[in-house]
Design a binder for this molecule. Structure first.
Ligand SMILES: C[S@@+](CC[C@H](N)C(=O)[O-])C[C@H]1O[C@@H](n2cnc3c(N)ncnc32)[C@H](O)[C@@H]1O
Length: 247
């Protein structure tokens, strides 16, 4: 709020606040005391070197997801047709569009609130993603929808995992972005894999971020659906976090 650099902070310079600044600071502190995530208070988050606007109604992008985008940027052909399912703030789609300017990136979400923020980020960062309001669980792809890559970081937290979660997530981030029923943890992956069989070109690839407890189950489901080279990759903390496969 005061534009202080880290060096200013360590030098411990005294700052005299005006009454307007005092009020503003009190407003910020009261939001933090309510467990509002600091990224919502600050209004943005850094992701893949870009500043993404975030606000309640959209998931705050996580560092693991940056790892997924990094893997993709190394592997995907420059002119790939890419679909991002459950785009949220647009962090994956917009970062891919920035990193691969010749790619054609489409992004879906079921939340109008999320799409509005994603569109704003696309514009502010001068990327060229096309967005669509779409429920992946019920939509029917058209014949022209053909992709080389489908990526998704869908909701994957089990309802029973709520007990272990912090208030800043539970009270503030959208449940729609987080939870799947305990009885159907692979709901989104199964559906996206089914769609992929129609929408991916031969040799096209799936890139999933997953709940670390369901790597093996996701791979097994993809093999049953006829995907090749299904494999798990670990995140920087050593947890099973990504599943890749080829049609
Ligand atoms: C875990 S968040 C991921 C957001 C973003 N891709 C990221 O990595 O930060 C999952 C996203 O899926 C969206 N979503 C939930 N159910 C959906 C559905 N049935 N169809 C399409 N998107 C859905 C949510 O609105 C949310 O934006």
């Amino acid at each position: 709020m005061l534009g202080q650099s880290t060096v200013d902070y360590y030098l411990g310079k005294d700052i005299i606040l005006s009454s307007k600044e005092e009020q503003e600071l009190e407003g910020i502190l009261s939001r933090l005391r309510d467990f509002e995530p600091i990224q919502y208070v600050q209004g943005g988050v850094n992701f893949m070197g870009h500043r993404f606007r975030v606000a309640p109604g959209v998931l705050i992008p996580r560092p693991e997801t940056e790892e997924l985008v990094e893997i993709m940027l190394k592997e995907i052909p420059a002119e790939a047709r890419i679909l991002d399912v459950g785009t949220g703030s647009g962090c994956i789609a917009v970062s891919l569009s920035k990193g691969l300017p010749d790619a054609r990136v489409v992004a879906w979400d079921v939340s109008e609130e999320a799409l509005a923020i994603a569109r704003g980020n696309n514009e502010a960062l001068q990327a060229s993603v096309r967005f669509a309001l779409c429920n992946v669980l019920t939509c029917r792809p058209s014949r022209e929808d053909r992709y080389d890559v489908i990526v998704s970081n869908p909701p994957y937290v089990l309802e029973k995992e709520r007990r272990e979660m912090e208030r800043n997530v539970l009270d503030w981030e959208p449940s729609l972005a987080l939870f799947v029923p305990d009885t159907d943890p692979l709901r989104f992956y199964r559906r996206i894999a089914e769609l992929g069989r129609e929408m991916l070109v031969a040799g096209g690839r799936l890139y999933f971020e997953i709940n670390r407890a369901f790597g093996e189950a996701t791979v097994a489901m993809l093999c049953e659906q006829g995907y090749a080279n299904a494999r798990i990759l670990k995140d920087i903390s050593g947890n099973d976090r990504f599943v890749l496969a080829e049609r």
